[in-house]
Design a protein around this ligand. Structure first.
Ligand SMILES: *Cc1c(COP(=O)(O)O)cnc(C)c1O
Length: 398
């Protein structure tokens, strides 16, 4: 055994805050010193129902006592039930379950490639993605991610990906016309990690039309924007278009790992043996996701997201007005909001996050210049006000 410089046995892949969170309830978490924080990170847009939600606690506890994992060699009724819910609440007809966002996108990429090979007869299918996108950390999704900083030192990358600027229909059209065998265009409805940058309606309507005209599949990465985060089940509802294939993960299991590839019937070309996942869609994960779906639907959470999102946005805009030298704008949909730092601001997002933490508010940056606000979908009006007060206090401390 070699001697490591760090005292931890963990690989140092994260720059962690010096905080140890040990308990959560609703939109609040506590550290091992008993300090309380308002959680506007929610495991990065994942804890849809907050922490220790009674219905999720009950469902998972029941399920783990009954049956928590069996192989996909057998029928899993909860998987059928979850797939039925998701297809009834989206434009999709069929679903494949995985464990994470990257794995869901990986499945979507494989599905589009198989469609290109067997239906279109392509031999070298190309997938066009956007600059500043984020699709995951596996080799294919890392390649799809249009940010060189994530790819450095991991080459050779996976062949068959081309990048274009986001929200630029002319550039996309030019690229598609220049290339042969374009199988799919893969985009986020709103770029999350890339800076909470909303997709433009006109752009996405143009992308949809381009795809229709040229027989290209439109894949949307709804890992961060799906499951009610925007105030609608899916971010693409904001854009007035339907994808052919889309992915979900983060909010789907409310913190229990599960991802999904969803598609319309004509693109459902996987056959037995084409794709698989040992854990994907096991009874525990499906029970959690089904509970998340039911709570969103039965407790009016989409309406809550729209109202609290409006309230949060107005509060952030007030901060932009108060601190024009610090902030440039507030932008986002529903409960995925970004506060964009001014290019000449003395602070980067990480510094503001650090200050907010000291005032009892958890936030996560989206790139160096944007603060991201992604609280649980159950957040109350009082909690949004309190978060805004804590942020204001963090800024006032200079
Ligand atoms: C987080 C994220 C992913 C990756 O999800 P993992 O579960 O971390 O693999 C992919 N796409 C988008 C848009 C994301 O926000």
């Amino acid at each position: 055994m070699t001697t490591l410089l760090q005292s931890s046995a963990l690989m140092p892949t994260y720059n962690r805050f010096p905080v140890r969170l040990v308990r959560g309830q609703g939109c609040r978490v506590w550290d091992d010193q008993g300090r309380e924080y308002l959680d506007f990170v929610a495991g990065i847009a994942t804890c849809t129902l907050g922490h220790a939600h009674p219905r999720l606690v009950q469902a998972i506890s029941d399920q783990i006592q009954q049956l928590h994992h069996v192989s996909n060699l057998y029928h899993i009724p909860l998987q059928e039930e979850l797939a039925a819910f998701l297809t009834q609440h989206s434009c999709a007809d069929q679903v494949f379950f995985a464990n994470s966002g990257a794995e869901a996108n990986e499945g979507a990429i494989k599905l589009a490639r198989k469609y290109a090979h067997v239906v279109r007869g392509y031999t070298h299918p190309v997938i066009v993605t956007a600059q500043a996108s984020f699709h995951g950390r596996t080799l294919a999704t890392l390649t799809a991610t249009g940010q060189p900083k994530y790819q450095q030192h991991f080459d050779p990358l996976v062949p068959g990906f081309v990048y274009v600027p986001y929200n630029d229909l002319a550039a996309l059209t030019r690229t598609v016309l220049e290339l042969e065998e374009v199988a799919a265009i893969l985009l986020e409805p709103l770029q999350g990690e890339g800076g909470v940058r909303p997709g433009e309606r006109d752009y996405f309507q143009g992308v949809r039309q381009l795809c229709d005209e040229r027989g290209i599949l439109l894949i949307l990465d709804e890992v961060q924007t799906g499951m009610g985060r925007t105030g609608y089940w899916w971010g693409h509802e904001y854009l007035g278009i339907e994808p052919d294939i889309f992915s979900a993960a983060k909010g789907l299991g409310g913190g229990i790992p599960i991802g999904a590839v969803l598609c319309k019937e004509p693109y459902s070309v996987f056959q037995p043996g084409d794709h698989a996942s040992t854990y994907g869609g096991n009874p525990l994960a499906c029970r959690a996701a089904l509970t998340v779906c039911q709570v969103i639907a039965e407790e009016g959470l989409l309406e809550n997201v729209r109202q609290r999102g409006e309230q949060l946005r107005r509060g952030l805009q007030a901060l932009v007005a108060t601190y024009p030298e610090l902030f440039q704008e507030a932008r986002g949909w529903g409960l995925i909001q970004g506060l964009v730092l001014h290019p000449n601001s003395p602070w980067q997002a990480a510094e503001v996050v650090q200050r907010a933490l000291a005032k009892g508010l958890l936030l996560v940056p989206a790139g160096p210049q944007v603060l991201r606000f992604v609280p649980p979908l159950i957040v109350t009006a009082a909690e949004v006000d309190e978060a805004l007060e804590r942020l204001a206090a963090a800024l006032a401390d200079g």
